[in-house]
Design a protein around this ligand. Sequence first.
Ligand code: TXA
Ligand code: MG
Length: 320
Amino acid sequence: MILSTERLLPDAHGYSRAAEILRDGGRVAFPTETVYGLGGDARNDRAVAGIFEAKGRPRFNPLIVHVDSAEAARAYVEWSEGAERLAGAFWPGPLTMVLPLKPGTRLSPLVTAELPTLAIRVPAHPVAQALLHTFGGPVAAPSANPSGRISPTSAAHVLAGLDGRIEAVLDGGTCDVGVESTILGLVDGPVLLRPGGIAVEEIEAVIGNRVARHTDGDAISAPGQLASHYAPGAIVRLNATTRQEGELLLGFGTVDCDLNLSPTGDLREAAANLFGHLHRLDAQGAKAIAVSPIPDTGLGQAINDRLRRAAAPRPGPAQP
Ligand code: TXA
Ligand code: MG
């Protein structure tokens, strides 16, 4: 579907319109000090699915959640002394911290790709601050470029890639930093997951400790990919047109099934429902889940990537 992407200015009307679009589950590209982000309400499955759809990402990578203060961040992650010190030194600013996700946050499972951790940051750009403040909730935002293209540092770059694919862009001029935020893992000791706007030496100076680096070829060179191997307890069988004995059928389109990802065959709705529905069937005690064929176009690619990994042979003996 081709949308007419609204061009919003950073004034009272622009902020309230952008916040309204976010509340309605729409996508708003906005400037941060690093690059433009493609924002959506991090609590809204449909909004987050829409981000992946607009970017054409072939898989569900976990996203960074943006909030307007360290105090707001503490509602979503298990805070620590190290986090406090780093937030004091670098927030607002281009540092993303990966911390254990707090239980019961009601963030969309698509945001974390079901990792037990959350990447979170407080951007310094005044336009990002004003938008987050007006909206008053957590905003999930990857860089606002189509998958595989370079990150945008102006509204014109955003429109060159995403015009007609997102509801709005908030034009706040050019980003100063121009590279993405530094991503620091703080789950098992400090680990640099992605170099970025803040030098790792500056981080070491604040925490008084060496930060582990991941060199090329290491397992975490693509941050966030590592643990997104959640598989339901049940065995998963793909491209199923009928239920076999003992299976529950996760349907797509007009099929007789136990739960339907999207009765109308809408891939965005299916993506929004994917993780929740797998959990629901698991919770029903399914031994095996059969899944209807999903078209391998657009968001269907990310859905199929996720389903293939759920269906892949499991390593080792089953946990007792
Ligand atoms: O400067 C930035 O960080 C920009 C602006 C918009 O804030 N955002 C950005 O997002 O660069 P994105 O999606 O392009 O990159 C986020 C990276 C991805 O490589 C993702 O795998 C990683 O963060 N990530 C997200 N959650 C993670 C987690 N829980 N653990 C490890 N890595 C994570
Ligand atoms: Mg990116």
